[in-house]
Design a protein around this ligand. Sequence first.
Ligand code: FAD
Length: 345
Amino acid sequence: MTFTVTVLPSGRTFSVDRDEPILIAAIRQGVGLPYGCKDGACGTCKSRLIEGRVIHGTHQHKALSVEEEEAGFTLTCRAAAQTDVVIEARTVAGAGEFPVRKMPTRVTTITRPASDVAVIMMQLPANDPLRYRAGQYVEFILRDGSRRSYSMANAPHTQTEKPSIELHIRHMPGGKFTDQVFETLKERDILRMEGPFGSFFLREDSTKPMVLLASGTGFAPIKAIIEEMQFKAIDRPAVLYWGCRSKADLYLHDWALQAAQQMPNLSYIPVLSEPRAEDAWTGRTGFVHQAVMDDLPDLSAHQVYACGAPIMVESAQRDFIEQCGLPKEEFLADSFTSEADKHGP
Ligand SMILES: Cc1cc2nc3c(=O)[nH]c(=O)nc-3n(C[C@H](O)[C@H](O)[C@H](O)COP(=O)(O)OP(=O)(O)OC[C@H]3O[C@@H](n4cnc5c(N)ncnc54)[C@H](O)[C@@H]3O)c2cc1C
């Protein structure tokens, strides 16, 4: 049995199978809705249900609270339509533009620029290259069918005759996938992958100055966005804030310094939360999103791209909007949620 989903204000319609989450049906049919984790943990896909009935699947209460549910909101990644439905959601131009595909990929190189970060190059099928937007992510499909998401760190134009994607993977001890990456994964191993996914990517229709905000490996999609800007000679002013614990965690610090040197419109501000004595750090310290607020107390004319630890993304979204006047729709983010966030309180 199928139902019709109508998205307002665009008026776009698509079909959804009974018990299929609305977002999954939208992705399948190339309809660009906003989303992040697809797993009920980040809240990016929160939309207003205007008409019809859905079953709200399991989700985190911080992504959709009981009060929000009662006020008519739903998470499209978890909402299974039981009738025709009408939802109010921004449509994201370009989000469904490239087909989502499953493919085998081969590990070509693994490097360890920091003790808990692996940079992995994955070779893709040459005859049918992956098309994606700078900022999007892919999912590895593990043997038991579970999935883990990683953002491309290289811009799409780098797909040459030997197409490959660069991924930055942080070790989460006890984690199902990253324990394997840090203990047994080796060059030439084959992994199954699906993508591209995500509505976090460079908005080329805006001319607003940009804040690029990363914590840890949240730097990966931001690097792809910077590469894309450089390649396309996009000269919007942009300032990169990269937050890590100590100097050693800024695993591509030299890359960022060089990008800022090559691009007159880009500046780079690294921020350490726990600098070590041996770092002899004279730069910025504290929470990275606080550094943005100290420098730019008025964000009303900016566009923000934030990526990394869920706590950083949540704090930035709340404080930038409430305290710095950032328009809600100008906060674009991917929150790196994991199993810990999906099973938390
Ligand atoms: C859109 C998106 C993009 C992402 N991009 C990146 C990226 O580019 N780079 C990157 O490093 N990460 C990224 N992530 C995070 C990544 O997908 C994984 O969540 C992360 O790598 C951990 O995977 P894992 O299998 O090793 O750990 P998991 O198995 O998810 O476990 C994570 C932690 O939770 C604990 N845990 C497991 N199960 C439970 C439970 N039931 N209750 C409580 N705790 C539990 C584990 O011990 C471990 O410490 C992204 C996430 C999203 C949603």
